[in-house]
Design a protein around this ligand. Structure first.
Ligand code: NDP
Length: 269
């Protein structure tokens, strides 16, 4: 068994070296906005080649332009609507990654839908199914499709995005909370399946309260200006996608150092 950083590993405290991700190929879903965009640009800054997966091409092009100013030719754009994608769309993405890069070292499942915050008795069935599909089923399919490329990496990392309400449920969070419980389960299950050498490490990460569109949608009355920017959350992503997290698998982490699974969930997502 490879020796990793151990139980005391705290990705949120990680300080990346300037070229820490050099040579790594990392794919990120929902890379056009919010946390996904910030992590994508941070990965570029620290040396990675990044595949921007997202549904709104215009947003991906903006990230591409910003990336060019950091380091030219460091990103490629892969339009994929996780709600509508069919098998051939996933296969085309896998083939494009294979052709251009030959392998994949990191896969960040970041895209998600919030759905509607309402009691279970009023949850709209169609919305429930959309949320479960984008947040759980699509990451499952994408992982399955990209496993061959991940197996060609010497140190592959799969990272799922979880949430406080995916560990301790809270009234009205409906499909979103249930989907994040499922993400935690999928992450644990995959970590167990992929533990044998050559290991692919699999972990979950909760960004905690962050100033994004989704947060605004969840808490419309909140003064969002008081919340941390996505750029302030990237340390843990860099640690878990890069060599710092080597051999760490089957765990669920927080970006906010003060958060814990047993901690109060009031006002958190
Ligand atoms: P944003 O709304 O800023 O970003 C969500 C991203 O998901 C967008 O890029 C969006 O694409 C993409 N997306 C949504 N639906 C689809 C789809 N059908 N196909 C492809 N991409 C899609 O939210 P955040 O940055 O806040 O969220 C990122 C992750 O962090 C999510 O998993 C969320 O659950 C999690 N999280 C966020 C917290 C917060 O406080 N912000 C707290 C805890 C967890 P597009 O831009 O095209 O709409």
């Amino acid at each position: 068994m490879a020796v990793g950083p151990g139980e005391s590993f705290e990705p949120a405290r990680h300080v990346a070296k300037s070229d820490e991700l050099a040579g790594r190929i990392i794919a990120i879903t929902g890379a056009g906005d919010g946390i996904g965009k910030a992590v994508a640009l941070a990965c570029v800054r620290y040396g990675a080649q990044v595949i921007l997966i997202g549904r709104t091409v215009r947003k991906l092009e903006v990230v591409h332009a910003e990336s060019e100013r950091i380091r030219p030719d460091a990103v490629s754009i892969a339009p994929l609507d996780l709600e509508k994608a069919v098998a051939s769309n996933y296969d085309e993405l896998a083939a494009a990654i294979e052709t251009r890069y030959g392998r994949l070292d990191g896969l960040l499942h970041n895209a998600a839908l919030l759905g509607t915050l309402t009691p279970i008795e009023h949850q709209d069935v169609q919305t429930w199914m959309r949320v479960m599909h984008v947040n759980v089923t699509a990451p499952f399919i994408l992982t399955q499709t990209l496993l061959p490329a991940l197996r060609r990496s010497a140190d592959a990392s799969i990272l799922f995005t979880t949430s406080t309400v995916g560990r301790k449920a809270r009234a009205y969070w409906g499909a979103y909370a249930v989907s994040k419980f499922a993400v935690e389960g999928l992450s644990q299950l995959l970590a167990d399946e992929l533990e044998r050498p050559p290991q692919i490490r699999v972990n979950a990460l909760n960004p905690g309260r962050t100033r994004t569109m989704m947060r605004r949608q969840a808490y419309p009355a909140e003064n969002i200006e008081t919340l941390p920017l996505p750029e302030e959350k990237v340390a843990a992503y860099l640690a878990l996608l890069g060599p710092a997290g080597r051999s760490v698998t089957g765990r669920s982490f927080d970006c906010d150092i003060s958060d814990s699974i047993s901690g109060s969930v009031s006002g958190r997502k």
